[in-house]
Design a binder for this molecule. Structure first.
Ligand SMILES: Cc1cc2nc3c(=O)[nH]c(=O)nc-3n(C[C@H](O)[C@H](O)[C@H](O)COP(=O)(O)OP(=O)(O)OC[C@H]3O[C@@H](n4cnc5c(N)ncnc54)[C@H](O)[C@@H]3O)c2cc1C
Length: 402
């Protein structure tokens, strides 16, 4: 099956250019409609590319504002900022991510003891619940690795309130398959649906709305839950401050390390660069399509970096630290530069790598994009308190790691 999403930076820029005419009034009025995998898209379909930073939030938002003015592009820019907000919010409360991971392990083990719950869960994963829209969305997710935003909201609501399955396992199903799977946007959106992010506010899927927004593709005759009582509130830890951004030493003998978190590091200016490598690790147990797409994007990012700096592209398996230490030793590196990874599996790997490299006298420099650096401190409370960050983000100069 053809992949509908850009896998290279060139293709992502082409997609952005093609979408820009629709990023203004058309987006504001039509973005909740979903024509399905074969229908015309009402949104940009850029989320897998943005997730791995084939293209940056700044580039996408700036192009929309240049074409439509801030007023005209406001809705689109706001949606881009939702991603930034979620990432910044989770960055300051990593415990929510570790708690979710532990919940998934615990709940999967519990399934064995509860036959009724297990049957419902298996029907949901197989798309055999008898709810036509839900079953079709399961197939779409598994075949294409993507679902429209409004579909994700309805899917999560039906999973939690109609099928009465735990949100944590629904989030795990999404995380495994989504090409744009993002620890922050995924976990926190599922929490939002069950009322854990905005206290007491839940999302109830409605049959008439699903019929309307799908252009009548679904009949939705099976009864859906009529109410959505908030999940019992859990404790949200107070925000921990984001550590200050790091800076590379221009005189150091440097290796550039590309990960699936940011595949556009050729935009950096690194005078002492002598080696370029990438790690294929993305963490978890991704569905084959998700893995394939991530690897295609990584290969594009590695090639671009190697070409830009005139160096041989190398691959380093960073699952353990030894391969990375060998790579540094082979090139006599004193500094390895990579993109700062927000909360998630790649960050966990970098956290483990930094002290091992430091013991060999190699500094791991995690460069943060200016966009994240400006935005994250605003992501402490709700999205309303985040809004003052938006003009500051749009005012960032274009170019290196904005
Ligand atoms: C339960 C649930 C789980 C989700 N999981 C993810 C996820 O793992 N990764 C992910 O990137 N998005 C996630 N989203 C948000 C949203 O559904 C997708 O970003 C969106 O569907 C992507 O389509 P698009 O690129 O055409 O978006 P567009 O509408 O064209 O928006 C442009 C960009 O803005 C960002 N964006 C848009 N809407 C949202 C939103 N509501 N929240 C956060 N960012 C947004 C995306 O980066 C997107 O590419 C989730 C939403 C829900 C309700």
């Amino acid at each position: 099956m053809d992949i509908r999403f850009p896998l290279t930076r060139t293709a992502a820029r082409d997609r952005l250019a093609a979408f820009i005419p629709l990023a203004g009034r058309a987006y504001a009025s039509r973005r909740n409609h979903d024509g399905g995998p074969d229908g015309a898209a009402t949104t940009s379909l850029l989320s897998p590319a943005i997730r791995r930073r084939l293209i940056s939030e700044h580039e996408v938002a700036a192009a929309a504002v240049a074409a439509h003015g801030f007023g005209g592009a406001e809705k689109f820019v706001q949606e881009i900022c939702w991603r930034t907000y979620w990432v910044g919010w989770l960055q300051q409360r990593p415990e929510i991510w570790t708690r979710w991971q532990a919940d998934v392990v615990r709940m999967e083990a519990m399934l064995a003891d509860d036959g009724k719950w297990q049957r419902r869960y298996e029907q949901a994963l197989a798309g055999t619940t008898g709810i036509d829209c839900f079953d079709a969305w399961v197939q779409e997710l598994m075949e294409t690795g993507w679902l429209h935003n409004h579909v994700r909201m309805s899917f999560a609501s039906i999973w939690c309130f109609t099928l009465r399955l735990p949100w944590q396992l629904g989030a795990a199903f999404f995380y495994k398959h989504l090409l744009d799977a993002c620890p922050a946007s995924n976990t926190l959106s599922w929490r939002w649906v069950v009322g854990l992010q905005t206290a007491g506010k839940t999302y109830l899927a409605r049959a008439d709305l699903i019929r309307d927004l799908s252009g009548g593709r679904f009949r939705v005759e099976a009864p859906l839950a009529r109410e959505a009582a908030p999940w019992p509130a859990d404790e949200i830890p107070p925000p921990i401050p984001v550590p200050p951004a790091m800076h590379a030493d221009a005189r150091a003998r440097t290796g550039l390390f590309v990960t699936t978190e940011d595949t556009s590091l050729e935009q950096l200016d690194l005078p002492g660069l002598v080696a370029v490598a990438a790690t294929p690790a993305i963490g978890g147990t991704p569905a084959p399509l998700k893995q394939r797409v991530a690897m295609a994007m990584l290969a594009d990012g590695l090639d671009r970096a190697a070409n830009r700096f005139g160096l041989e592209p190398e691959r380093v398996d960073a699952l353990g630290t030894d391969a990375m230490r060998d790579w540094a030793a082979r090139h006599q590196l004193t500094q390895i530069v990579t993109a700062d990874a927000p909360v998630g599996p790649v960050k966990d790997r970098l956290d483990a790598l930094a002290p091992a490299l430091a013991a060999d006298g190699v500094r791991l420099v995690r460069l943060r994009r200016a966009w994240d650096d400006v935005a994250w401190p605003y992501a402490r409370k709700g999205f309303f308190a985040f809004k003052p960050a938006m003009p500051k983000l749009l005012a960032l100069p274009p170019g290196a790691l904005a």
